[in-house]
Design a protein around this ligand. Structure first.
Ligand SMILES: Cc1cc2nc3c(=O)[nH]c(=O)nc-3n(C[C@H](O)[C@H](O)[C@H](O)COP(=O)(O)O)c2cc1C
Length: 187
């Protein structure tokens, strides 16, 4: 019998570790998942959507107001398509927007529109001072109160800014393993 492919929606925000998300997409595709990628305007400055388009085999979504199909509203159809959403890396900026219900681009609007029956795994990555900033930590706490949201905490290690500290995005394999746990726990 043919295995039904689960749909994985990957969100990418503007962080240096977005290069690791390319490998994460490959893990899902190799394991037989259908993958779609959405990116913020800042994320596009780090990795070209063309890379994700080729790795996922699907078009990449970046624009809120682009009409691809007159019969569907893009942010709603993407939010309904996903069996699991993984946002990696999650920037301090997008984390704060999501925690406060701000929907000013495609990615934040899709996250807000996702039903509470679909898990969302957030993988924040940033400079240590940003991660430890009380405002960011307050927003992390807000996200942790939401039943279908999970945060995979950043790790200690060498950061892109050249210092050793907490803020590093976990390796793609570890995110992939955690994502599979989230999928199993889908409500
Ligand atoms: C080289 C460079 C690296 C950056 N890395 C990060 C990062 O790892 N984490 C983060 O939260 N912001 C990082 N930023 C800042 C974000 O790109 C910026 O806050 C942006 O507004 C995020 O937008 P978005 O959340 O819509 O993607 C970086 C900026 C630059 C120029």
């Amino acid at each position: 019998m043919k295995k039904i492919k689960k749909n994985i929606l990957i969100g990418v925000t503007g962080g240096i570790s977005s290069y690791k998300t390319c490998e994460l997409v490959r893990f899902f595709v190799k394991d037989g998942f259908s993958v779609k990628v959405m990116m913020t305007e800042s994320a596009v400055k780090f990795v070209s959507p063309l890379v994700f388009q080729n790795l996922s085999g699907n078009q990449v979504y970046t624009e809120m107001f682009q009409v691809l199909n007159a019969e569907t509203i893009q942010h709603i159809s993407l939010s309904q398509w996903a069996d699991l959403c993984v946002v990696a890396p999650l920037s301090a900026n997008s984390l704060s927007k999501i925690a406060n219900g701000i929907c000013d681009n495609l990615l934040t609007t899709v996250i807000c529109a996702i039903s509470n029956k679909t898990k969302v795994l957030f993988v924040p990555a940033m400079n240590e001072n940003m991660w430890k900033n009380p405002i960011i930590q307050r927003n992390v706490k807000i996200i942790k109160t939401i039943i279908h949201y999970t945060i995979l905490n950043p790790q200690k290690g060498e950061l892109a800014c050249g210092v050793y500290g907490e803020g590093r995005m976990p390796d793609p394999e570890d995110i992939f393993k955690q994502a599979k746990v989230s999928l199993k726990n889908n409500l």
